[in-house]
Design a protein. Structure first.
Length: 551
C-alpha cells in the first residue's frame, strides 16, 4: 500500500470514529482519546485528547455497567451453556450439581481483567486454568461475557456493549484457540482514563462465596498497612486485591472497621464531646435566667463555644475517615434495621467490636449467625465501595457487579424474604447476581430475574426463565412449580393424610375414622392439618346426606 493510500485509510478511520463519537459512541470516543494522546495514526494533540476525555467522562459517568450475557464452552461440567442477565438482579436456582457456583466463578474470571486494567494499561489478562477445562474435552474451554453501559433512567438504551472471551486449550486439542480480550481491556481503560479527570468513579466488582463466614483471608491483612497511608486516593485500588477470589472473611472486615474507627476518632476531634457538654451546661444556665438578667460575658462565652463546636463538627463531617465510618454504619442500619449502632469498646484496654441492638450492647460473636452474616456483608460492601470512590458524595450509589453464592446462608426464612429487597434498597445501582436454594428468596423476586438451571435429556444445562410468576407467591407453590420439590415431604405421616382423603372419597367411614384418629394423635387436635381433615369430613357427610335424601 502506498503512503497516499495509507494516509487516506487513516483519514477515513479517524473520520468514521469522529462520526460515531458525535453520536455518543463510547468506544469511538475512547479510541479517539487514545489516538490523540499517544499520536497513533494522527498528530499527537494533548488538548484534543483532553477534549475527548471530557466527552468520555460525560458519557460514562452516572451510567450503569452490568453483565448482559454469558456463553460457556467446555467449562467445568458445562459442554455448552448460555444465559442472559437482568440489569439489576439475576438469581440462579437449580439442584445440587447443576453448576450454579460454576456460573458465578466463570463471571469472576472474566471480570478480573477489567479490574486489573483499572490499575495498569499493561495488565495481564485472565485465563481459565487446566482444572476449569471440562474432563475429556478435545477442544478448548471458552468463557465469553458481554457487558453493557446504559443510562440509569432508560434501561432500554445501551450506550456501549463490550464482549470478550477467555480461553484455555485442552491438551487433546490439535489446533489453537485464542481469547479476545480487547473490549474488556478497553472497558477497564475507560474508567482508568476517566479517573485522571474525575477521581470519584470506579465501578465495583466483588464475589462473596459460601466461605465468607469461616475461611480466613489474607487479602485485607496483607494490605491493611498500605491502605491506611495518608495518601488515600493513590492507594484506593488496593481494595480490589482478591476482589473476585471469594476469599473475604468477616474477621478481616471487623479488623478494617476497628482501624477505620481509630482514624475517625483521632486526637484532632477528641475534644468534641467535652465541648458539646460545655455548650449544654452553658445553655442550661442561660435558660434558667431571665433574659434581662443574663450577663453579657456569659452570652459571649456561649456564642463563642457554639461557634467553635460548629466549626469542629463541620471539620469532622468533612473528615474522610469519619465520613467513611458513617457510610458503613448507615449501610448496616439499612440492611439490618435492628442495629442501632456499631462501635469499638476500648474501656478494657483491648478494643472490642460491639453492636447495639434494641438498646443492648453485644459483642459480634454474641450475635446469631444470620446477624453476623448480614452485618458483615453490609459492612464489607460499604467499606469497599466507599474506599474505591473516596470523593463521591453518595458512595453507596456507585455502579458495579456483586456476586453472592447462596444468598440465604444462615438466614431465618423471614429474613430470606427481605434480603434481596434490602440489598437493592441500600446499593441501588449494583447488579446483583446470586444463587439460592430458598423459595422464600424467590417469593420477593419477579420471574424475569430468575434463571432455572435445567439438565436436558442430552445432558446439556440450560438457563430457563420461569413462566410462573414468583413475586408475591407462597413458598409452597414456588417449591412445587419452580424448584421441582414437593411442598410436603414424602413421609408416613403425609401418607396418612392422603389415605384419609381417599377413604372419604370411597365413602369408607370406618377407614376414614381410624385414619383421622392416627392423624390427630400425630399432629395434635389443634393442628391446621387436622382442621383441614375435619373440614373434608364435614363436606363428605353433607354430600352423603344430600345423596341419601335424593335417593
Amino acid at each position: 500500500m502506498t503512503d497516499k493510500n495509507e494516509s487516506k485509510l487513516r483519514y477515513a478511520t479517524i473520520k468514521g470514529l469522529e462520526n460515531r463519537a458525535k453520536k455518543g459512541d463510547i468506544k469511538a470516543i475512547t479510541q479517539l482519546y487514545e489516538r490523540y494522546y499517544d499520536g497513533y495514526g494522527v498528530e499527537k494533540k494533548l488538548d484534543k485528547a483532553e477534549s475527548y476525555l471530557v466527552d468520555l467522562s460525560r458519557e460514562v459517568k452516572n451510567k450503569k455497567l452490568f453483565i448482559k450475557e454469558l456463553v460457556l464452552k467446555d467449562f467445568r461440567s458445562f459442554s455448552s451453556f448460555k444465559s442472559t442477565f437482568h440489569s439489576e438482579l439475576t438469581i440462579f436456582v437449580g439442584g445440587n450439581g447443576t453448576g450454579k457456583t460454576a456460573v458465578l466463578e466463570s463471571l469472576c474470571l472474566a471480570l478480573k481483567f477489567p479490574s486489573r486494567c483499572y490499575v495498569s494499561k499493561k495488565a495481564n489478562t485472565s485465563t481459565p486454568e487446566g482444572s476449569d477445562i471440562k474432563n475429556g474435552s478435545k477442544e478448548y474451554c471458552d468463557i465469553s461475557v458481554g457487558m453493557a453501559i446504559h443510562d440509569f433512567k432508560d434501561n432500554s438504551k445501551n450506550d456501549g456493549t463490550f464482549q470478550s472471551s477467555f480461553v484455555a486449550n485442552s491438551e487433546l486439542f490439535l489446533g489453537r484457540k485464542s481469547g479476545k480480550h480487547e473490549d474488556f481491556k478497553l472497558l477497564g481503560n475507560i474508567y482508568r482514563y476517566i479517573s485522571k479527570q474525575d477521581e470519584t468513579f470506579f465501578p465495583f466488582f466483588y464475589y462473596y462465596s459460601v466461605k465468607r463466614i469461616s475461611t480466613a483471608s489474607k487479602s485485607l491483612s496483607q494490605i491493611e498497612n498500605e491502605m491506611f497511608k495518608d495518601k488515600i486516593n493513590s492507594e484506593r485500588l488496593s481494595i480490589l486485591k482478591g476482589n473476585l477470589d471469594g476469599s473475604t472473611n468477616i474477621s478481616n472486615t471487623l479488623q478494617f472497621f476497628m482501624q477505620l474507627d481509630s482514624r475517625a476518632r483521632s486526637n484532632e476531634f477528641d475534644n468534641i464531646d467535652s465541648l458539646e457538654k460545655e455548650v449544654e451546661d452553658f445553655e442550661k444556665i442561660v435558660s434558667s435566667l431571665d433574659e434581662d438578667k443574663i450577663p453579657e460575658s456569659l452570652s459571649q462565652t456561649l456564642l463563642s463555644k457554639r461557634k467553635a463546636l460548629e466549626i469542629l463538627q463541620q471539620e469532622k463531617q468533612e473528615n474522610f475517615w469519619h465520613s467513611l465510618r458513617t457510610v458503613v454504619i448507615e449501610a448496616v442500619k439499612s440492611i439490618v434495621p435492628e442495629v442501632e449502632g456499631l462501635f469499638i469498646d476500648r474501656t478494657s484496654g483491648e478494643p472490642v467490636f460491639k453492636v447495639r441492638i434494641d438498646g443492648e450492647e453485644l459483642e459480634f460473636d454474641q450475635l446469631s449467625a444470620g446477624f453476623q452474616v448480614m452485618t458483615g456483608l453490609a459492612m464489607d460492601i460499604a467499606l469497599r465501595m466507599a474506599w474505591l470512590n473516596p470523593s463521591i458524595k453518595k458512595p453507596l450509589e456507585v455502579t458495579g457487579v456483586i456476586l453472592i453464592d447462596e444468598i440465604e446462608l444462615h438466614l431465618h426464612p423471614e429474613w430470606q424474604q427481605r434480603v434481596i429487597l434490602d440489598l437493592h434498597k441500600t446499593f441501588p445501582n449494583i447488579q446483583f447476581i446470586v444463587t439460592t436454594h430458598s423459595p422464600q428468596v424467590l417469593s420477593t423476586v419477579d420471574k424475569k430475574c430468575i434463571r432455572k438451571l435445567v439438565i436436558g435429556q442430552d445432558g446439556l444445562v440450560s438457563a430457563e426463565t420461569p413462566y410462573f410468576q414468583t413475586r408475591g407467591v407462597g413458598s409452597m407453590d414456588i417449591l412445587n412449580r419452580i424448584m421441582d420439590a414437593p411442598s410436603v415431604p414424602d413421609v408416613p405421616e403425609h401418607k396418612l393424610v392422603l389415605d384419609f382423603g381417599r377413604a372419604l372419597s370411597k365413602g369408607d367411614e370406618c377407614e376414614s375414622k381410624s385414619l383421622l384418629s392416627e392423624i390427630i394423635e400425630h399432629f395434635g387436635a389443634q393442628h391446621p392439618v387436622v382442621a383441614d381433615c375435619e373440614s373434608q369430613k364435614r363436606i363428605a357427610e353433607i354430600k352423603r346426606r344430600r345423596k341419601d335424601s335424593s335417593a
